[in-house]
Design a binder for this molecule. Structure first.
Ligand code: NAP
Length: 256
């Protein structure tokens, strides 16, 4: 990897920060935003070599990128990530809080630690991240926040009450920020994937695929790039009058 994280290079275009961009949906979003001309900060926690591959792919295609590492789940987790990107590139125009985890535990067996970790990773991180990033958007005169929620926010998910609660909370958070930040010209939207073919889904797919496909009108899993296209649209100039939307990318699993 030639130039990743080296030197001070003020990017020519707009800057996007995507959390959890080492794998799955986040990696696809980072690649798509880079293809659209954004300088993309590829954030990761533990999958350093996978994140480096995403960054290399962006550079090979002529894009500009940097790697940024950190745990988004704790208090004080997001702020240094945002600061590092803003310090290198001087601005952040698009923020995609995508990093997330799913833990399998029915309510009676959900530990305090599991509840707190799932909420902290999927919901608190969006709060801390947005609070840090918004001043940069206001200073730059442009802002697009696209949070990755889930169809589970609307349908619920047995064995994942903590996850569904976090993702539903994220929607309330998005709608509220859309109201608050509209006057500053910052749009805030959510994308809610259905069942997308990533590690998160593979970990719990055994014996369930037939049922999942039967529930999905398009009769297949979604691909990470199909979620990325929706995020890219909401991050684009073309989506300038769209705020407070929850955009489904779910093959028809949830409608409306
Ligand atoms: P994934 O393949 O499991 O990837 C998760 C990503 O989140 C990884 O990049 C991981 O980083 C990062 N991450 C996890 N915990 C973190 C932490 N504490 N701090 C920093 N980064 C952390 O998941 P995915 O399927 O792509 O999911 C991406 C988002 O879409 C999540 O918010 C998920 O809830 C949502 N979603 C997914 C589906 C689906 O069917 N796949 C459906 C609905 C919603 P490292 O690997 O570097 O540690």
């Amino acid at each position: 990897m030639a130039a990743v994280n080296r030197g001070i290079d003020v990017p020519p275009g707009k800057v996007a920060l995507v959390t959890g961009a080492s794998r799955g949906i986040g990696a696809a979003i980072a690649l798509r935003l880079a293809a659209d001309g954004f300088a993309v900060a590829v954030h990761y926690q533990t999958s350093g070599s996978a994140a480096a591959q995403v960054a290399e792919q962006i550079e090979r295609s002529g894009g500009q990128t940097m790697l940024v590492q950190g745990d988004v789940s704790g208090r004080g987790g997001m702020e240094p990530i945002v600061t590092e990107v803003a310090a290198k590139w001087g601005r952040i125009d698009v923020f995609v809080p995508n990093a997330g985890i799913m833990v399998d535990a029915e309510i009676a067996h959900t530990t305090d630690e599991q509840w707190e970790r799932v909420l902290a990773t999927n919901l608190d991180s969006a709060f801390y991240g947005c609070r840090s990033v918004i001043p940069h958007m206001i200073a730059g005169g442009f802002g697009r926040i696209v949070a990755i929620s889930s169809q589970a926010a609307l349908t619920g998910s047995g064995g994942h009450a903590h996850y569904a609660a976090a993702k539903a909370g994220l929607l309330g958070f998005v709608y509220s920020l859309a109201k608050e930040l509209g006057p500053s010209g910052i749009t805030v939207n959510a994308v809610s994937p259905g069942r997308i073919d990533t590690d998160m889904l593979a970990a719990r797919s055994e014996g369930r695929m037939e049922e999942w496909l039967a529930q999905t009108p398009l009769r297949r899993l979604g691909r990470p790039d199909e979620v990325a296209h929706a995020v890219a649209f909401l991050a684009s100039d073309e989506a300038s009058y769209i705020t407070g939307l929850n955009l489904h990318v779910n093959g028809g699993l949830v409608m409306g």
